[in-house]
Write a protein that binds this ligand. Structure first.
Ligand code: DI6
Ligand code: FE
Length: 400
């Protein structure tokens, strides 16, 4: 058997669901052909005359699937440290938002920025995430809130996917807030009748998201947006129950959403609804931390009910200015009580499910894309344990 490239003498965290925990195999090897994994398993199981164009001895290093950041708002202009200072002085996020700050201040900056400026600032952030082994990222719109700028944000996200060696999936989050220059009924009509069809027609969106919250859109309004997404053939995701119990988890489950994200205020019925659907629970500990939230997502109930749990940075200028997926793992473990094994699955296999990409990425298995990360650590738990150390040895995307 001949591979393009072969990595040997590794400790593999395969994350395959048939194996316990994180699916460790050691010593293990990964053979890649044509950008896909052709072999991932024990050295002892390598075909007798395995050989390759290039062979790398990993000297016992840990090899994991490439990390997947399945919820970000990476494309935006400006920053909101002034708002951060207001919150430190006692103001709360919702009153700042209601006074025209918050999301709307980023909308003003984003509308005023050129495509080149948006691509350059998001590209800088992207490089930071890639340096920690991220090989797939989801990027949402939601700071345009008009036809032209929402489509522009998605185009910039697509352009980043062409410019950088990683996979970008895009999500239309037009239902993020009511824009300042439009009443809510007309804006919803615009989203439903024009934005979703145009984004779909131009191939710019892989999914549709909404913000179901009293400062944004009601469950009934989101239901109409989701119905439009369904007619356009796009899967949905939802910002659910972040600041209040808005029935978001149940709504996401009703539409078989790819994911329901945040979930701090989700009650037991919401958890039960998620358990009956394929929807992944995406936990966003950076927003919880930055907003100094107290209400914890019900991780024990999610675990007991067998709901898949992913973790993401939620990188955005308001509630989660977080550019480290490894730090997100530490926060998820310390604040929410995820185990190390749950954390590692949360940014690989489970995050792939949250993007509808589980057939292609997220585990080390023959047939999947050859996206992986090689780490200088003694134990896999170190990826969760350190705060501010980046032990990445090498990032491989599509075998390269
Ligand atoms: N939830 C969040 O945490 C972000 N969006 C959302 O729907 C916040 C976005 C912002 O404040 O700019
Ligand atoms: Fe978000």
């Amino acid at each position: 058997m001949r591979f393009d490239r072969l990595w040997r003498n590794a400790r593999l965290a395969t994350l395959v669901p048939q194996r316990p925990g994180i699916g460790m195999v050691e010593p293990g090897a990964v053979g890649v052909t044509g950008g896909r994994i052709a072999f991932a398993g024990a050295e002892a199981d390598l075909p007798a005359r395995a050989d390759a164009g290039e062979v790398f001895d990993l000297d016992g290093r840990l090899l994991t699937p490439g990390l997947i950041d399945c919820h970000t708002h990476l494309v935006f202009a400006g920053e909101r440290s002034g708002e951060f200072e207001l919150r430190l002085a006692g103001a709360d996020y919702q009153s700042i938002a209601q006074a025209g700050g918050g999301i709307l201040s980023t909308v003003r900056a984003t509308r005023a920025a050129t495509d080149e400026e948006l691509e350059a600032s998001a590209g800088e952030r992207l490089r930071v995430l890639m340096a920690e082994g991220v090989t797939t990222i989801e990027i949402k719109s939601g700071y345009g809130l008009d036809l032209a700028t929402e489509l522009r944000m998605l185009r910039v996200a697509r352009a980043l996917g062409r410019r950088y060696p990683l996979e970008v999936t895009t999500t239309l989050l037009a239902a993020h807030a009511v824009p300042p220059d439009c009443d809510r009924a007309s804006y919803l009509e615009l989203v439903i009748r024009r934005l979703i069809p145009q984004a779909t027609g131009a191939g710019l969106a892989d999914a549709v998201d909404g913000y179901c919250e009293h400062i944004a859109f009601s469950a009934d309004e989101i239901r109409r947006v989701f119905a439009a997404a369904r007619s356009a053939g796009l899967p949905v995701k939802l910002h659910a129950d972040q600041l209040s119990d808005s029935g978001g988890a149940a709504l996401a489950a009703e539409f078989h959403a790819l994911s329901a994200d945040h979930l701090e205020w989700t009650n037991d019925e919401g958890v039960a609804a998620l358990a009956r659907s394929p929807t992944v629970a995406v936990l966003l500990p950076g927003a919880f931390y930055s907003l100094r939230e107290r209400q914890q997502p019900r991780v024990a109930a999610l675990r007991r009910c067998g709901v898949r749990m992913a973790v993401a940075t939620d990188c955005n200028p308001g509630t989660s200015p977080l550019l480290s997926i490894l730090t997100a793992l530490n926060l998820a473990a310390v604040q929410f009580g995820l185990t190390v094994e749950e954390c590692l699955a949360a940014v690989t296999r489970e995050a792939a499910h949250a993007l509808g990409r589980a057939r292609e990425i997220g585990t080390l298995e023959a047939g999947k894309r050859a996206d992986f990360a090689i780490w200088d650590v003694e134990r896999a738990a170190e990826l969760v344990y350190w705060i501010g150390r980046n032990p990445l040895h090498k990032r491989i995307w599509r075998g390269d």
